[in-house]
Structure formats: C-alpha cells, structure tokens
Design a protein around this ligand. Structure first.
Ligand SMILES: [Zn+2]
Length: 245
C-alpha cells in the first residue's frame, strides 16, 4: 500500500528575515495542515539587513551567527525547516554552483508550491538575484537529463511574495491569502528577529490592509468591522484548472 506524498512548500529567501515578513503566514498555515515546509536562506542578510548589529559594533561573523539563530527561531515558530547556503549578501552573487544546490533541493523535496521574491526590486539587487536563481533551478530540475539525484521535477506553481515597496517592484497582488488563524504565530516569528524590530509593526499593518482587501474581494462588502489578516502574492505561471472559480 502506498501512502500519498506529504505536500511540501519550498520558500527561497535571499536573506534571513525575508521569509518571515513576506510569507510567514503561508508557512504557518502549511505546517498547520501537516505539510512539510522548508525555507532556503541564501544568505543571513549579514551586510545589508543587519544595520542595528553593525552600529552596535559586532563583527561580520558575530552578525552571521546572530542572524542564523534568529532565523532558526523564526522558522521553528512557523513550523518550518530551514537551510542556510551562506552565499553572502550585498551582493548575493549568482553562480551555477548555487543554482545547482537549489536544483538538488527541488529534486529532494519535490515541492508542491514554491514561494520566492518577485524578479524586480530597484532597492535591493539580492532579491531579484534570489528569484532568478530560484526560477532557473526549478526549470533545470525539470530536465530529465540534468545530472542531479532524484526524478525530474513536475511543475509546482510559483508565487512571488510581497516586496517592501510593491509599486516600484511591479507587484500587483493577484492572490490574497487569509492568514488570520496563523497571524499570531507570524507575529511571534517576527519578534524572533530583533535585528529588524522596525519591521514588526510595519508588517502587522500590511497584513491588516491585505486582510481588508481580502474581505472586499471575498463576498458582501457591508463595511462592518472585522479581523482578517492577509498576505498578498503574485502567480508567475497560469493557474491550471478544469473549473473556473
Ligand atoms: Zn531581504
């Protein structure tokens, strides 16, 4: 008797905090459903997203250790595994070796869903670099002749999570995910990242706004107060369905 494979979510994040602010709700919801959720952090965000630690006089190695521990705590809070590639940030340099490592992750995990950064971000070159490598690795993992262990990958849908300045990144939500039941854990995961404390309330407020928009798109808009928290995503590939809904 064969049992159905556990559904798996793969999140590819340039820096240690990105997956928390932008996809923490989706990760916690997947874990709640008993799915396997895995985060690959290409770097710790040690140079570009750790200003507080630099100003406190920490060394590069200390900052990497701090950010690693914070991200591990955040991932555990959300119910996800986490793997660090320690590829460096500012800049995160794209390489065939990093793409190959990602191919191996795809082949091993056989994800049902992939989350990563959108491919444009004029404020942060590491985010598009992570997205390009995530997408290239997905395509290579699909190739029967690509030399990596495992079977060729299927076609897991790719969702881009919301960047910090969505308009400048050509980000227009076409999926609004209701993360209300998971928001408390997302907030706790955010609070595992004191290096970026200024983001906690910002991403709480964003979840409220996306929650209001979610309800506006979900049914009768009576203008009554409600508590709904949301995360916004964009799909890269068409939705495949036999029923329009
Ligand atoms: Zn980042």
């Amino acid at each position: 008797m064969t049992s159905a494979k556990t559904r798996t979510l793969l999140v590819i994040s340039a820096h240690a905090g990105d997956f928390v602010w932008r996809a923490g709700g989706a990760i916690a919801l997947a874990a709640d459903r008993g799915e396997r959720a895995k985060v690959v952090c290409l770097s710790f965000g040690e140079r570009g997203e750790s200003a507080k630690a630099w100003r406190a006089g920490r060394t590069l190695d200390e900052i990497k250790a701090i950010r690693r521990e914070e991200a591990q705590n955040a991932a555990a809070t959300l119910g996800a595994e986490i793997e660090f590639f320690d590829a460096g940030d500012y800049p995160l340099v794209e390489s065939p070796e990093l793409v190959d490592r990602l191919v191996r992750v795809y082949r091993e995990l056989e994800p049902d869903v992939v989350l990563t950064h959108p491919p444009a971000d004029p404020y942060n070159g590491d985010h598009p670099a992570a997205a390009r490598m995530a997408l290239q690795a997905r395509v290579l993992a699909q190739a029967a002749g690509y030399d990596a262990p495992g079977e060729p990958l299927g076609a897991p849908p790719v969702f881009f999570f919301e960047p910090h300045q969505p308009e400048q990144c050509d980000f227009k939500p076409d999926v609004l995910l209701d993360i209300t039941p998971a928001f408390d854990r997302k907030r706790k995961a955010m609070e595992c990242l004191p290096a970026q404390q200024h983001m906690w309330d910002y991403y709480t407020d964003l979840a409220k706004r996306r929650g209001v928009q979610l309800r506006r798109n979900a049914g009768p808009n009576l203008g009554l107060p409600h508590y709904t928290m949301g995360e916004a995503y964009m799909r890269l590939y068409p939705q495949v369905t036999d029923v329009l809904a």
